[in-house]
Write a protein that binds this ligand. Structure first.
Ligand code: ITT
Length: 192
């Protein structure tokens, strides 16, 4: 069966494909030239549903969307759902990570606690939409380290590890990331 991965982010698409482990043929929203919807909701769950429904409606196929981001405790959860927007139109994540560091410096906080969230939604054309959320807690580190991941991976050290997601083998991230935790819940929700 074919599944539309309702994302224009190649890093996410790679991880979603690995999680599906060959069970579905994946085609991305980017490859189908589907336009990106405006993410007008106020939660990860809301935006994941919006993106999955949008792709399902336009493609006529079952669509899986991910809305995700990093939330920083000392910044009251920012950037959170605005994680992509902090990188600007040129998707400059070096800039976005610097912005996080600068904001922490500005408020003089040494609290480095942070968490990644992934909301995964599956929508059927003219049908239901199932949504779940996974979270991984950890700590931020500056300057960024490692180039094996994407987005904010180089500044995030997941709980129980000494290396950032940017430094860790992608298989280690896949074993227990926010996206993997959401994916496990999704599987359970779809089987029940
Ligand atoms: P789509 O909406 O097309 O899927 P996007 O990049 O705009 O792509 P989001 O709106 O969900 O996706 O933005 C989430 C941002 O948070 C994303 O651009 C990443 O930089 C960051 N992010 C999400 N998951 C991440 C992960 O596992 N590792 C590092 N950064 C992540």
């Amino acid at each position: 069966m074919r599944l539309v991965a309702a994302t224009h982010n190649p890093g996410k698409a790679r991880e979603i494909e690995a999680l599906l482990d060959g069970d579905y043929r994946i085609v991305t929203a980017g490859a189908l030239n589907l336009p990106e919807p405006d993410e007008t909701e106020t939660t990860f769950v809301g935006n994941a549903m919006l993106k999955a429904r949008h792709a399902a409606q336009l493609s006529g196929e079952v669509s899986l969307a991910d809305d995700s981001g990093v939330s920083v405790a000392a910044l009251d959860g920012a950037p959170g759902i605005f994680s992509a927007r902090w990188a600007g139109p040129s998707k400059d994540f070096a800039l976005a990570m610097k912005k996080v560091e600068d904001r922490l410096d500005e408020i003089g906080s040494s609290d480095r606690r942070a968490w990644f969230t992934s909301a995964l939604a599956v929508a059927w054309p003219d049908g239901p939409c199932v949504v779940v959320e996974g979270v991984v807690h950890g700590e931020l580190t500056f300057p960024p380290r490692g180039d094996r991941g994407f987005g904010y991976d180089p500044i995030f050290i997941p709980e129980g590890q000494a290396l950032t997601y940017g430094e860790l083998d992608p298989a280690v991230k896949e074993a227990d990331s926010h996206r993997t935790r959401a994916f496990m819940k999704l599987k359970a929700a779809l089987i029940d």
